[in-house]
Design a protein around this ligand. Structure first.
Ligand code: AHG
Ligand code: MN
Ligand code: MN
Length: 319
């Protein structure tokens, strides 16, 4: 018998078919992305999602591809960045799956890493209630990054595993069964063009990083901003650091930019299971609960000591 698309060893048996379907579809997506301009048009604007974000051809295509493959599996409810409401896929399904089918849309046409992010809960009878619950109730959180290599990073609550796609064999191969975020690092990631809009604790934290050896952190920093959450997550899981997408004063950014259910919650689960921390600046993301399907929440994650330091800034009295 041929090898399965992913070995079952670290995957709860009941979830295996869903994960295998995600893997199979992600391999097709990776193939489409790798062809870039030699294949179909990927980066053209084709519409808007319910929140007014532009939808590119690849956003919509990926959403359709994941919907089609998961319909055949035990996914009852499907919530997607690209769809206004929760979709019923399989009446008999046990699970509720939330997905950002294509993360990092602004990088589609420039040959920079993009990804897919997903989160799985046990399904309830009510569609929305299946997702509007504490992030700590996730059964699984993970992402696929389509970069120089395609990699799957996933947790089921017993550590974070990394698999790399072998493109010839069309299989994911386990490369790290227990990822661990380095505790020390000199890198931070934030979209610094928003500096003037940030709240004071965030400005203070970044000012201290920029002050380098002469500041309170006593070391020089390096800054990185890819613009794809999956790519930043993958870098930070590999070599430590901190990521911030805080709330800011621009209209529509009162709760930052990233969506709780299919971006922040699964990334937080993966990060915490690798020994890091993920908060909204103060409160752990896993203790938070979305109130709307597409609701946003500030996100700060990475090496534990760095995330703790940001929380300390938030706890300081305003002056
Ligand atoms: P998406 O492509 O799914 O809309 O997500 C884009 C997100 C995230 O990947 C990234 O961290 C952030 O948007 C970038 O935001 P800025 O353009 O404000 O830097
Ligand atoms: Mn996204
Ligand atoms: Mn997206």
């Amino acid at each position: 018998m041929s090898q399965p698309v992913i070995a079952p060893d670290h995957i709860p048996a009941d979830l295996y078919d869903v994960i295998a379907a995600l893997c199979t579809t992600s391999i097709e997506v990776a193939g489409i992305i790798a062809k870039g301009p030699l294949g179909q048009s990927l980066g053209s604007l084709v519409g808007e999602n319910s929140d007014g974000d532009g939808q590119k051809a690849l956003d919509v295509l990926c959403d359709e591809m994941f919907t089609a493959s998961l319909t055949r599996e035990s996914v009852r409810w499907y919530a997607s960045e690209e769809q206004e409401v929760v979709n019923l896929l399989n009446e008999k399904g046990k699970y509720a799956l939330a997905i950002d089918p294509l993360d990092g849309s602004s990088n589609i046409d420039v040959n920079v890493s993009i990804g897919t992010i997903f989160s799985i809960f046990e399904a309830k009878d009510d569609a929305e209630a299946s997702f509007l619950r504490p992030a700590s109730e996730q059964l699984c959180g993970g992402y696929v990054v389509y970069g120089p290599q395609t990699a799957l990073v996933v947790t089921f609550g017993a550590g974070t595993q990394m698999y790399v796609l072998d493109p010839e064999a069309e299989k994911y191969v386990l490369t790290n069964e227990k990822m661990s975020i380095p505790a020390t690092s000199k890198e931070f990631a934030i979209n610094a063009s928003n500096y003037r809009h940030w709240v004071k604790p965030v400005r203070d934290y970044v000012d201290n990083c920029l002050a380098g050896v002469t500041g309170p952190h006593g070391k020089d920093y390096n800054m990185r901003w890819v613009g794809s959450l999956v790519a930043e997550t993958h870098r930070i899981l590999s070599r430590g650091g901190i990521f911030l997408y805080p709330s800011d004063e621009r209209k529509g950014y009162e709760n930052g930019r990233l969506r709780m259910i299919y971006e922040c919650a699964p990334i937080a689960f993966v990060i915490e299971q690798a020994g890091g921390r993920a908060t909204d600046g103060e409160t752990p993301i896993l203790q938070r609960q979305a109130t709307t399907l597409h609701g946003r929440i500030p996100l700060v994650f990475g090496s534990a000591d760095k995330v703790t330091r940001v929380a300390e800034h938030h706890n300081m009295p305003a002056v």
